[in-house]
Ligand binder design. Structure first.
Ligand SMILES: CC(C)(COP(=O)(O)OP(=O)(O)OC[C@H]1O[C@@H](n2cnc3c(N)ncnc32)[C@H](O)[C@@H]1OP(=O)(O)O)[C@@H](O)C(=O)NCCC(=O)NCCS
Length: 159
């Protein structure tokens, strides 16, 4: 484990970091809150079963955590395989912290970093009924592919 926290971006008291064991207790507490998706459906945390070190060191599926002081708030992951498009595979805010703008900030801190890495577009697919997620993406400049009628809407974000 790296001894220093890898900070990707800062906004007020919020920091976007690479996963760190420093936040292990808070991360585990967040997972214990459960993860409720749309329509009350409970789904598993995406990275459950993956160690924090493995998450921090994976160069392909890069995971980032939003933290507030000592508290883990949420995570976002990006599959970094091919330039110039960075697919955002998933994001989630812990159940107790939703509706406070945190996902919007998390993405806002991530996007300049992806640009710095050399990507020119980030993309993501969002289930059409996931209005909260669509709002988060659209507030960060995501534009939907209006020609695609599928239930998962394809969005591009120009970096
Ligand atoms: C989607 C998710 C990441 C949003 O996180 P968040 O921190 O609550 O998002 P924000 O507070 O930044 O913004 C959410 C916005 O959607 C709104 N919203 C929340 N639920 C909504 C709903 N059912 N319908 C319409 N808008 C909704 C919020 O009011 C807020 O808008 P406002 O700031 O104008 O009030 C969070 O709900 C979550 O983790 N969901 C489960 C995992 C998931 O669906 N991930 C996305 C996969 S693509």
């Amino acid at each position: 484990m790296k001894s220093e926290l890898e900070i990707i971006g800062v906004e007020g008291a919020l920091r976007l970091i690479r996963p760190s064991r420093i936040y292990k207790c808070s991360y585990l507490r967040a997972q214990a809150e459960g993860e409720f998706g749309i329509e009350g459906e409970q789904v598993r945390w995406f990275n459950i079963g993956t160690t924090i070190d493995a998450m921090a060191e994976n160069p392909v599926r890069r995971v980032f955590w939003l933290v507030n002081g000592k508290d883990f708030i949420g995570e976002v992951s990006v599959t970094c395989l091919e330039m110039p498009v960075a697919p955002i595979t998933y994001y989630c805010i812990r159940e107790s912290q939703r509706g406070r703008g945190f996902a919007t900030v998390m993405l806002r801190l991530l996007l300049p970093y992806l640009k710095e890495l050399g990507y020119s577009v980030a993309n993501l697919w969002i289930y059409h009924k996931n209005l909260a997620s669509r709002k988060v993406a659209e507030r960060n400049g995501a534009v939907a592919d209006a020609t695609d009628p599928s239930i998962n809407i394809h969005y591009d974000i120009k970096l």
